[in-house]
Design a protein around this ligand. Sequence first.
Ligand code: NAP
Ligand code: GLV
Length: 310
Amino acid sequence: MDPVTVVYKSDARRGAVWHGVFAAEAPDLALVDWSPEAAAGARYLVAWTPPGDLARAMPALSVLFNLGAGVDHLSSAAIGEAVSLVRMVDPELTRSMVEYVLLAVLAQHRDLPAYVEAQRDGRWEARPVRRAADHTVGILGLGVLGKAAAAALAGLGFPVRGWSASPKAIDGIETFAGRAALPCFLHGVRSLVCLLPLTDDTRGILDAALFAALPEGAGLVNVGRGGHLVEADLAAALDSGRLASAVLDVLAAEPPPAAHPLFAHPRVIATPHVASTTHPATAARQVIEAVRRHRDGLPMANVVDRTRGY
Ligand code: NAP
Ligand code: GLV
């Protein structure tokens, strides 16, 4: 039986790792780099940015494997209803997101943004050292990444709450579901972490009304998408002291334009969308398993529900 062709369209350096894993572990599959000729008859594509004319370029496409966890950059119309969209759920991507959320929440809990600002201004000013037990963390989104971050924070002694679309029961985490429960969830949260997918329902959720429901001096951590945040509302909340600091891994425009009010803000720590990335070796193994399952007529994991948008 001829090997099944899987087309890879992404970074060549990471692609070398993908090729190594496929060659060593999947003789039944042939990973080929993107070219119009290779793509023409192939049923499987691995990409973060598929070609604009996907239906014409890959008329036989059955499954698009997205190289990241979020799929908001992919237009459903451009992919076509007949194509299954599989998002990345990778243990290494989860691990690096947990590290980043811990880093950000610990920085806020221990007043690091204020200390960095004070140092820049030449001020030596100690603040009270508080207990983790008095710093409630709220996580918007209790999916793969939100649940892992919640467990790690709870392990450090933070009281942790999570908010999701559907109700959940998770040991050691207080859970809330649906819009009506949002004010209750926000009440008393000292660090709010956004790990939602960007959809029509969640766009702009981090706005002035939400900040007003947090206690004065709370911190925001946005590791979801820039589209979750109303940037002008955050700038106003930081300037008025309603929020003490923000850690932003994502912005509406990446990179931000020069003199961006949040990128330049003294109480914002901003990173260039690096909270977590797909690890090529473990991701390649996920795709190998999924292609084999699809080829054998079995259901695949992590298929995006196109009506929900995540
Ligand atoms: P996931 O497993 O699909 O989880 C999404 C969670 O959000 C679920 O708990 C879901 O609720 C909840 N949710 C969705 N819409 C909601 C709504 N309208 N109201 C309340 N809750 C809602 O996603 P994931 O793998 O954890 O990833 C989450 C997001 O992180 C990605 O979409 C991406 O945008 C972002 N991300 C960022 C980076 C980075 O480097 N900055 C890296 C990876 C991912 P239910 O459980 O009830 O469905
Ligand atoms: C990165 O932002 C991802 O969605 O994996």
